[in-house]
Design a protein around this ligand. Structure first.
Ligand code: SAM
Length: 225
């Protein structure tokens, strides 16, 4: 006897069967340019882009993890440097192609991305680590440490919350969020062999009076002795 469709819906919802990466990828494909319109003009990210630019010699190689629509960060970084932008969402990458035509753009999962060790001068990741499942944060910091050249720098925002979950109706879609919180983030960065140079809690107005906090981080791979 066939199972009534209503019963199937109750037993299996989309949230139960979709992997976090696919939820993020499909979500950002559906969000399209709404994310850029909502977040593109915030001042905080610009300050951290400027801090990263201060660290680098012209022509440096920067890996931009979760580059999204590329506006403004990938665009500004690629004006003076060679940028590899990695993102899950084809739609976001299509927007980044227009914003930062000089950047090399790759559709991939940053937690499974493969790059030779010691090949990039900097890793940037703005507002993207909060979509990474909690158990993958520490391995991702370890990969970043491997990808950086000695003396290379990581600049990123990290989520303040710990745990994994789906938020309903985030910019109109069900969106996956994951984090490990500030102390575990510091521990994971240290364990990866990176030296933390800045770790600052920064509050931001999302534009509608709703304040969100991220921990912004600068960490460096030590030069060889
Ligand atoms: C909040 S947006 C940030 C975009 C951009 N960095 C910025 O500052 O506006 C997060 C981006 O990270 C991407 N992303 C999230 N998890 C990812 C993963 N595991 N691999 C690659 N991209 C991912 C999403 O597709 C999305 O475009």
């Amino acid at each position: 006897m066939p199972i009534p469709v209503e019963r199937i819906r109750r037993v299996v919802s989309l949230r139960d069967v979709v992997q976090p990466f696919d939820a993020v990828r499909l979500g950002y494909d559906r969000i399209g340019s709404r994310y850029r319109e909502w977040s593109g003009t915030g001042p905080v990210r610009l300050q951290w882009v400027a801090r990263l630019l201060d660290e680098l010699r012209p022509g440096s190689v920067i890996l931009d993890l979760g580059c999204g629509p590329g506006e403004p960060a990938t665009r500004l970084l690629s004006e003076r440097h060679r940028v590899i932008g990695v993102d899950a969402s084809f739609v976001q990458l299509s927007l980044a192609r227009k914003a930062a035509p000089a950047a090399m753009l790759v559709q991939a999962d940053m937690t499974r991305f493969a790059l030779r060790n010691s090949t990039v001068d900097a890793v940037a990741s703005f507002y993207a680590l909060g979509h990474v499942p909690s158990q993958l944060h520490a391995p991702l910091f370890a990969s970043i440490a491997n990808w950086l050249r000695p003396g290379g720098v990581l600049v990123t925002s990290t989520p303040v919350g710990a745990g994994d979950g789906i938020e309903s109706d985030w910019l109109g879609v069900d969106m996956f969020f994951g984090g490990i919180g500030p102390q575990a983030t510091r521990n994971a960065v240290n364990a990866a062999g990176l030296r933390i140079e800045a770790f600052e809690a920064v509050d931001e107005d999302e534009g509608d009076g709703h304040i969100v906090r991220f921990n912004w981080l600068i960490a460096r791979k030590p030069n060889k002795e």
